[in-house]
Design a protein around this ligand. Structure first.
Ligand SMILES: N[C@@H](CCC(=O)N[C@@H](CS)C(=O)NCC(=O)O)C(=O)O
Length: 231
């Protein structure tokens, strides 16, 4: 069996998502750390969007973290990280899509916004997302256990977790935290921190605060920040 290669950056939450899946599935992988401030010339050949993560497995080269994660679920089915029932699998995909399109967008927009009025708008939007995650997500779906979909860890947990690890940076720069009433969300976050995969990839609050300094003063010049400013 060929070895999986993952092109990653230690600060990148999207890459962390896929590293978590590899670790949870016990896949032996080679990690190639990319310096995003100084990308190697060959990186454009590997990553059409100029972003991490990208994985290479045999002839397959895949990018986009949540697509990578579903791909890994197919090629390494054990332990399963998606539910067996089609209805619940669809619900899992709804939450993964929510993480990609709504939650992470509000997170970055809040961090990049410089005017107080814009910051307030994005803060309000992010708080609404937290409440929906609490009420429609954890309180309805995870009655049988600590994870998003209940007893077993799933790709939904791993799609959200990296931004919770980075919430101290959002609190530091924008004074925003999880609303008090969202206690299930805080419990879930605590349980996630106990996973060996998370412990193997976790970075300190200080690290994340330093990493996001350029987002918070809107001087970040990477592809991701440029794209986020456009929307
Ligand atoms: N939608 C992509 C986002 C990946 C992404 O934005 N990665 C960032 C690092 S966290 C990156 O490589 N950015 C390159 C740059 O900013 O130049 C995914 O889910 O994989």
């Amino acid at each position: 069996m060929p070895k999986v290669k993952i092109y990653s950056a230690s600060a990148c939450p999207f890459a962390q998502r896929s590293r978590l899946v590899l670790l949870e599935k016990g896949v032996d992988f080679e990690l190639i750390e990319i310096d995003l401030q100084n990308k190697p010339d060959w990186f454009g050949e590997v990553s059409p969007y100029g972003k991490v993560p990208v994985i290479q497995f045999g002839d397959d080269r895949i990018w986009e973290s949540t697509i990578i994660n579903e791909y890994l679920e197919e090629v390494v089915p054990e332990p399963p990280l998606m539910p067996g029932a089609a209805g619940l699998r669809a619900i899992a995909r709804i939450w993964i899509d929510f993480a990609n399109t709504k939650f992470t967008t509000a997170f970055y927009k809040l961090l990049l916004s410089q005017e107080l009025e814009k910051q307030q708008e994005w803060e309000e939007e992010l708080q609404q997302h937290f409440r929906l995650m609490e009420m429609e997500g954890l309180r309805k779906l995870s009655e049988a256990g600590p994870y998003w979909l209940g007893e077993s860890l799933s790709l939904v947990d791993l799609a959200f977790y990296p931004w919770f690890e980075r919430l101290p940076a959002l609190e530091y720069y924008r004074g925003v935290a999880i609303p008090v009433e969202c206690f299930r969300l805080r419990e879930w976050w605590m349980v996630m921190q106990l996973r060996d995969s998370v412990q193997a990839t976790i970075q300190s609050a200080e690290f994340h605060i330093e990493q996001y300094a350029k987002y918070a003063n809107n001087s970040a010049s990477g592809v991701t920040a440029q794209e986020l400013r456009r929307y």
